[in-house]
Ligand binder design. Structure first.
Ligand code: URA
Length: 256
């Protein structure tokens, strides 16, 4: 929440890029954060991110340069900063000297492919906001031979427990009597959406890989590697998310 440019201390600290919001709350409660030289222990204290001087562990917390990175996520890693079950996370693959970057949406542990990270929370919000309708492209290997009917259902929208899916672009890439390879382009990104869509048409995803988000392609980035987006790529991404279709904004089904 914000009021006239002010932010709660936890949010203001996270936005400097010093740490995640949950780490900020813990650090504030532990007395490690000063505002204008005074220790503040309530994360919900209102501060002015422009005028107030924030410090973490005695060092000034200044707004970091906005960065966007892409990672070629392998399967097996979870998309979170810290996993309560101790599983390996995608952060193991980011260079250690980066400012705090948050994942933009999520890929399942068993999904590979293009995952973005940024410290620009407004950009991240625009990318994941369902009303933006930013296209995400997946390649899926699915169980069984999916016929034209099933592909048509996927394209038209299938009914999931959290409502019907939006129309999608669906293309058969190959397969045989036991498996089908598909390319799906969806403009939302609910939890495990592609897997649930395939289950809804009587199949099951055996492997899932994201190749593209809006104008950004994973290209030949090796598995497990990451790179910073260049200016042109960030500009293309910003242009894509600002070309928002004329729809009411909603929080439902935040895209991944
Ligand atoms: N859809 C899924 O089912 N899983 C993902 O990781 C991404 C999209």
């Amino acid at each position: 929440m914000t009021t006239s440019g002010k932010k709660t201390l936890d949010r203001a600290l996270a936005r400097t890029g010093a740490c995640s919001r949950s780490v900020a709350r813990a650090a504030i409660a532990a007395g490690r954060v000063q505002v204008n030289g005074r220790t503040v222990r309530d994360p919900d204290t209102w501060v002015d991110p422009v005028r107030d001087r924030l410090a973490l562990d005695g060092s000034a917390a200044q707004a970091a340069r906005k960065e966007v990175w892409m990672l070629h996520k392998p399967t097996g890693l979870v998309t979170t900063a810290r996993d309560e079950h101790g599983r390996d996370t995608v952060y193991a693959l980011l260079p250690p000297d980066l400012p705090w970057l948050a994942p933009v949406g999520r890929l399942d542990q068993d999904t590979s492919g293009l995952l973005l990270f940024t410290n620009d929370s407004d950009l991240a919000h625009s990318i994941t906001e369902p009303a933006t309708e930013l296209a995400k492209t997946y390649e899926a290997e699915c169980r069984g031979e999916l016929g034209a009917d099933a592909l048509q259902q996927l394209a038209a929208g299938v009914l999931l427990a959290d409502g019907p899916t939006r129309p999608a672009r669906v293309e058969r890439l190959g397969g045989d009597a036991r498996t089908t390879r598909l390319r799906l382009v969806i403009t939302e990104g609910r939890n495990r959406q592609v897997r649930r869509m395939l289950t809804a048409v009587g199949s099951r995803v055996l492997a899932l890989h994201r190749t593209r988000i809006g104008p950004l392609q994973l290209g030949d980035l090796p598995v497990g590697a990451c790179r910073r987006l260049d200016r042109a790529e960030v500009a293309a991404l910003r242009a894509a998310v600002s070309a928002v279709p004329n729809r009411p904004r909603t929080n439902r089904g935040r895209a991944r």
